[in-house]
Design a protein around this ligand. Structure first.
Ligand code: BYC
Length: 477
């Protein structure tokens, strides 16, 4: 079922907003608050206009428009994927029943919580990235940063629409709160850990868009399965935009590794810091950090919350429809990573059999880890292609964890358990130190000239939307 896209309204949408004046008014009164937030917490680099993709519809025959727009005039709209009127719930206790068009009273609180957590991450990432424009390595990268930022803004709109349309006064209050919490704030931080970390340099940005946006891909994938049809349709469309964010991260790290490898080979040295590239051990440390904080975003290895979400039909599994089981899991089990304590006070890292429902965060995290390994394989291929024996790798699942089974212990990237003292003495070998961060930051000088690129990163293979690398992607103010 297609609903025509209305692009003439204050808030572009394909949800027939004009048919519901109350909702339209409520969202129109949230809009200036959003714009104030964007002005005060969004990108700081002044620009005239940016070559951006704007979502204008959801159909197969083209859903986006590309063109130079002033960022404050970006048309943040509300777009849900097309409705399938015959859609049935695919898992949990309500499997086979028609998908819900309204929120069932008994699941209201849980659904609202999931939507708020999802919504909270979107503006958080914009806040984390707000100063990066000042040090962009090229106009192409600058444009991609802003594209990611405006789309995260649109994803906030997507969640706020659901809160306003389906959760009454409480939903409207939560929508306000989404603009009041801030990344890194001491009084009112963002909800999930990774979204209070800094993104102070472009290596962090690429790692964030590779590892943390990828958590977004997997979480949205599970919410796309939701019995609550408006949430499912919203997430389906968000995933379409998310693909570009993945591309920015994947090719961003590719290009850093490529440049480092090139400088290593040309100068026959591992010590590329003196030559203006980012040393491989520093890249590995950034990878270790962003991967481990992103693993935390999946919640505990075992969780009754996730068991309840699944049974209720609120949150499914990654590619639920392709799973070859009963989609209810009431009598299945799964091995999850766990800390074994043999009773002698010497814990070790092992596995534990638990009910499949309680282990669903682990199930999703494993899908994610397999996907992350794909990036590592790519980067190692670049190193191998340059004739280098060096390799990067994903650290052990227990490394640097602050949530879940390993929150209370420390482990090396190889999974060796460490005492607190050993960890304190050695963590600088594995996580970026102040010296590493200062070095990376020292490379972050803006290259805002058309067709030019910073020396620590290789140019991209392709431009955006068929445009060349040296296109005028951004006009600075
Ligand atoms: N930090 O039962 P547990 C994205 C809390 S990213 C702080 O194991 P559950 C994006 C947890 O809330 C995707 N707290 O957790 C990316 C719970 O609190 P309560 C965002 C944490 O509920 C880049 C307690 O610990 N979307 O889109 O099974 C740019 C016990 O935990 C953390 C979602 O996450 C943490 N890391 O799973 C832009 C989807 N982890 O109940 C955007 C919605 C857990 O004791 N969220 N806690 O007060 C969910 O599905 C789940 O809430 C979680 C946690 C997966 C986050």
């Amino acid at each position: 079922m297609t609903t025509a896209s209305d692009y003439s309204e204050k808030i572009p949408n394909n949800v027939e907003l004009r048919e519901d004046r109350r909702l339209q008014r409520a969202l129109e009164s949230w809009q200036p608050n959003f714009l104030n937030w964007w002005e005060s917490m969004g990108p700081t680099l002044p620009t005239q206009d940016v070559y951006l993709r704007t979502a204008i519809n959801v159909g197969r025959e083209g859903w986006a428009h590309f063109g130079h727009v002033a960022m404050k005039d970006y048309r943040w709209g509300i777009f849900l994927a097309e409705r399938d009127p015959g859609r049935q719930i695919g898992f949990g206790a309500h499997k086979g029943e028609p998908a819900w068009q309204k929120v069932p009273g008994e699941y209201r609180a849980d659904l609202q919580r999931l939507i708020v957590i999802q919504g909270d991450t979107e503006p958080a990432s914009v806040e984390q990235q707000r100063n990066l424009g000042a040090t962009a390595p090229s106009l192409y990268d600058l444009r991609n940063l802003f594209q990611v930022n405006v789309e995260e803004g649109r994803h906030l709109w997507a969640m706020v629409y659901l809160l306003h349309a389906y959760f009454g006064r409480e939903g409207r209050e939560e929508a306000e709160e989404l603009l009041h919490r801030n990344s890194g704030s001491l009084e009112s931080p963002r909800i999930l850990g990774a979204f209070n970390e800094e993104t102070p340099d472009w290596l962090s940005f690429y790692m964030f868009t590779y590892f943390t946006d990828r958590d977004g891909k997997y979480q949205l994938g599970t919410l796309k399965e939701s019995a609550f049809d408006p949430l499912s349709r919203t997430c389906e469309f968000m995933l379409k935009e998310e693909a570009h964010h993945m591309m920015v991260g994947t090719t961003g790290v590719d290009r850093v590794v490529e440049r480092t490898a090139q400088v290593m080979v040309e100068n026959d040295t591992d010590d590329v810091a003196a030559l203006g590239a980012i040393p491989l051990p520093v890249i590995q440390k950034y990878l270790n950090f962003h991967y481990s904080v992103s693993l935390d975003l999946f919640g505990g290895e075992t969780s009754t919350n996730v068991a309840n979400y699944f049974t209720a039909g609120l949150k499914g599994r990654w590619l639920e429809g392709r799973r070859q089981d009963d989609h209810q899991l009431t009598s299945d089990s799964i091995m999850v990573d766990a800390l074994d304590d043999a009773g002698d006070g010497q814990p070790s890292i092992g596995q534990l059999e638990v009910s499949a429902l309680v282990g669903l965060n682990t199930d999703l995290r494993r899908e994610y880890i397999a996907d992350c390994q794909g990036g590592v394989n790519r980067w190692n291929k670049i190193l191998a292609g340059a004739g280098l024996p060096h390799r990067v790798k994903l650290p052990h699942i227990a490394f640097n964890r602050r949530v879940g089974a390993f929150a209370g212990i420390e482990a090396s990237p190889d999974g060796e358990l460490l005492s607190a003292d050993e960890w304190a003495a050695r963590q600088g070998e594995w996580l970026p130190t102040d010296v590493d961060k200062t070095y990376v930051r020292s490379l972050m000088r803006p290259v805002h000239e058309r067709g030019k690129i910073a020396a620590w990163i290789a140019p991209p293979r392709n431009g955006i939307n068929g445009k060349p690398f040296d296109y005028d992607y951004v006009h600075l103010a």
